[in-house]
Design a protein around this ligand. Structure first.
Ligand code: ADP
Length: 582
């Protein structure tokens, strides 16, 4: 029985074909089957086995193919492991055409037991390292394999080794990439959660929860660096959050900076891992198998630490340590943010308190200035000369300006701190328009300005605070009056949308420059335009108006053309139609 010899050319063609295919797949399993099948076909082997050796030199079967049946179950793998071992150890291929009589293998159990005859084995070499071996055999025929077959096997083995190495590298980078992507997604989530909260305790709790969830720890704490009560007192670390499964978690525990772990952390600015942790080394004071202390720092400033401990594992994994370090970086940013926020809030509260004190204290004397000026003007303290009357009128006008400033400041302050109450009722919008325009009539007459009021046929009933609505309208009309030259036209137009009453205050005044338009609703903004500056004002009116409108569920906008005029538009919710009683 001899198999038909396959000529050299056919072998080279097959080799070429396999190598071409090897380059097209990065799936290791698929690749190995491909290599094995070609080898079996080309050498007329009965079976072929490809195995990889792991890091410990153990043989690990990856693929085993037979001529007739394709995959061979691992249990049927009766092969000569000693021949494989020899090829691996010597990094040399082996051919024996009659193993039964080959002195090298004569006493090998498998050769005798499994009646192995023709065997070839070539190591898989990558950069001089053996990563496995290809083994083919034929149990029945001796003298089957020739030197050319071994040569072919070696060439295949070289090709296969490279392809396997590539595929492995790819798989590793692929896995590394996936891990990186997973990690990025996770950190995105952590960042989002951390940054969503400006509450320091919540930030610390979140950071600790994440650290516990993703490492092999069963307890932990976050401590922050705090300064002593006065400059003479030393700084210390205060545990702000703490979880433990063995002791009652103790927060607010103070750790001196001389604590051995803290001292090392401060000196090295790096993670400190302590094994077989004694009570005096434990940051939370309770012994553990292992403890990790990771600094929380930002731009070189030490803010605190994350401590993790385990009673089960004896060491933290490198990945865990890296993870906690990255978490600490993120926590640092969130801690800084929440502290900054707390400072801003405190400053705002202080400012708000100051404004309410000042406005309150100014209001009283101003009332008396106004009152006495009125009494004097009415001649209750004796008759006044014309110049005296004129001077008192100036006093009254300026006291009026101050009143506006005080009431605007106080309104803004209460609106911003959420302390302003709105008294909602339903009332016809036209009523308030009439009241405000009547009040303004005298001032309009003084500038020969003509005011038109355009009301719809249907009476529009709004749901709003009547006084505040009056203030909105009066502020806008006052501006229209102030910033429109004598003889100009003013219009108040009332209309509606599906849900809101829509007010337009239109003037034929100086208009607003595009560069001023963006700043219009900012507090204390006034245009540099001399036509504006010659009018009195504080630049607070529109800021108050906007907050009033928005607080009541409306919107405000405007459009303006320099030299032609401006239109301010605001809306307020319409009252729901009363349900008719049956
Ligand atoms: P004030 O009128 O006290 O300056 P406001 O907050 O009411 O403050 O208005 C801010 C600025 O907006 C004004 O100084 C002015 O420059 C501009 N402005 C407001 N209303 C008009 C208007 N109808 N026409 C032109 N400019 C206006």
């Amino acid at each position: 029985m001899t198999s038909a010899p396959i000529n050299q050319q056919a072998r080279l063609a097959a080799l070429y074909e396999v190598s071409a295919q090897l380059g097209t797949t990065l799936d290791v399993g698929e690749l190995l089957n491909l290599v094995m099948d070609s080898i079996i076909k080309l050498t007329s082997a009965e079976r072929g086995i490809l195995m990889l050796v792991d890091g410990f030199g153990e043989q690990q079967f990856i693929t085993a193919r037979s001529l007739e049946n394709g995959d061979i179950p691992a249990a049927d793998l009766n092969i000569s492991r000693s021949i494989v071992q020899r090829a691996v150890d010597n990094k040399q291929p082996i051919l024996t055409d009659n193993a039964q009589e080959d002195a090298r293998f004569a006493d090998t159990q498998s050769v005798i037991g499994y009646q192995l005859r023709s065997i070839m084995c070539a190591p898989l070499l990558v950069r001089g390292q053996v990563i496995g071996a290809v083994y083919v055999d034929n149990r029945l025929m001796s003298g089957l394999f020739k030197a050319e077959d071994l040569e072919l096997l070696v060439m295949f083995a070289n090709q296969a080794a490279m392809a396997i190495d590539n595929a492995r590298l790819f798989q590793e980078t692929d896995q590394a990439l996936r891990k990186r992507v997973d990690e990025l997604t996770l950190f995105q989530r952590i960042d989002r959660e951390l940054n969503q909260s400006l509450d320091l305790d919540r930030v610390l709790n979140l950071a600790l929860d994440w650290a516990l969830r993703l490492t092999d720890s069963d307890g932990g704490a976050v401590g922050l660096l705090e300064q002593g009560a006065d400059t003479a007192d030393p700084a210390y670390i205060r545990l702000r959050v703490h979880r433990s499964q063995v002791v009652t978690p103790e927060t607010d525990r103070q750790i001196p900076l001389t604590h051995p772990v803290v001292a090392e952390l401060l000196a090295t600015q790096k993670t400190v891992q302590t094994y077989a942790v004694k009570a005096e080394e434990a940051l939370d004071g309770s012994p553990a198998a292992v403890q990790l202390a990771v600094p929380i720092q930002q731009e070189g400033e030490f803010l605190g630490l994350i401590a993790l401990e385990s009673h089960m594992v004896t060491t933290f994994l490198k990945e865990d340590i890296e993870f906690v370090n990255r978490l600490a970086d993120r926590a640092a940013v969130a801690i800084k943010n929440s502290r900054l926020y707390a400072e801003v809030r405190e400053a705002n509260e202080a400012r708000s308190k100051f404004i309410s004190l000042v406005t309150h204290e100014l209001r009283l004397p101003l009332t008396s200035i106004n009152g006495y000026t009125d009494l004097l003007l009415k001649g209750l303290a004796g008759a006044l000369s014309d110049p005296q009357k004129e001077m008192l009128a100036v006093v009254k006008r300026n006291a009026g300006r101050m009143s506006i400033l005080i009431s605007d400041l106080s309104d803004l302050n209460r609106l911003e701190s959420g302390r302003m109450k709105f008294d909602y009722t339903t009332f016809p919008a036209a009523d308030v328009i009439r009241e405000v325009t009547t009040d303004l009539q005298e001032a309009l007459n003084g500038k020969q300005q003509i005011l038109a009021v355009e009301l719809p046929e249907e009476p529009l009933v709004v749901y709003a605070d009547r006084t505040r609505m009056g203030q909105i309208l009066s502020n806008l009309l006052n501006n229209a009056h102030k910033y429109t030259p004598a003889g100009g036209h003013l219009t108040v137009h009332l209309g509606r949308t599906a849900t809101h009453a829509r007010f337009e205050v239109i003037d034929t005044g100086i208009g607003i420059k595009p560069e001023d338009q963006t700043q219009l609703f900012q507090q204390f903004f006034r245009s540099e335009d001399p036509a504006v500056r010659e009018q009195t004002g504080w630049g607070l009116g529109l800021a108050v108006v906007r907050l009033f409108v928005e607080e009541q569920g409306g919107e405000i906008s405007f459009n303006s053309v320099v030299g032609e005029g401006s239109t301010f538009i605001f809306t307020l919710p319409l009252a729901l139609p009363e349900t008719e009683e049956a």
